[in-house]
Design a protein around this ligand. Structure first.
Ligand code: ROI
Length: 210
């Protein structure tokens, strides 16, 4: 087993809301997205607050690749943005993501930190808000499923205004997410959920799922 840095060492006292974009277009992409959401739910000091529906989206970039499955998760976390990013990259690696330098090529799983509270971060390896999110319908449409009315993307505009400017063709709502991977993960872990929170679809709940 490879040792991953333990993100709990990099936790804040204050909980922040973060939105994470998920995308996949290889090797049963829907399963990759749903399992990744379950893994986000189990990050330390983190609670999964809401998940969007799944969307089938036409690829941005080279057209000779399969359609993507996209979704957005809203989490409440005490991790720092850097610790959260490291944890997200560890999830990508577990899903067989290989960064081989091919720009905009197909991938088993892509996790993007879209926003983190109202922060604007520009450091090597991490730019928040995600620098392209405001022009991508495959991000904004699922984000609208889980964002409160009036959400503003720091440094940009309100989500509704951004949505009004992007063409939505090529973004088809599929179904609600199947979060059985979350229940399976809970069932196989005798310690129970690290996040301790619910995986409510589109809403914040209070009952732990397991
Ligand atoms: N296109 C779509 N539709 N969805 C994605 O998640 C996605 N991710 C990417 C690129 C290659 C830019 N294209 C995408 O990284």
């Amino acid at each position: 087993m490879t040792a991953e840095p333990h993100p709990v060492a990099h936790a804040h006292p204050v909980e922040e809301t973060a939105y994470i974009g998920l995308g996949a277009n290889l090797d049963d992409p829907r399963r990759h997205v749903e399992t990744a959401v379950a893994e986000l739910a189990r990050l330390p000091s983190t609670r999964l607050a809401a998940t969007s529906a799944l969307y089938r989206t036409a690829p941005l970039g080279p057209a000779d690749q399969p359609d993507y499955i996209n979704a957005v998760a809203r989490i409440e976390t005490r991790l720092t943005p850097q610790a959260l990013l490291a944890a997200m990259q560890a999830i990508e690696r577990r899903h067989g993501r290989v960064r081989n330098g091919t720009r905009w090529g197909p991938r088993t799983l892509d996790l993007d930190l879209l926003t983190f509270g109202d922060r604007q971060i520009c450091s090597s390896g991490l730019t928040v808000p995600h620098p392209e999110m405001h022009r991508r319908a495959f991000v904004l449409v699922p984000l609208a499923d889980v964002a409160p009315r009036g959400l503003s993307v720091p440094g940009r505009d309100q989500l509704a205004a951004l949505l009004a400017k992007v063409p939505r063709d090529g973004v088809a709502r599929l179904a609600s997410m199947d979060l059985r991977p979350l229940a399976d993960l809970c069932a196989t872990n005798e310690h129970g959920p690290a996040g301790g929170g619910p995986a409510a679809q589109g809403m914040t709940g209070t009952d732990p799922l397991c």
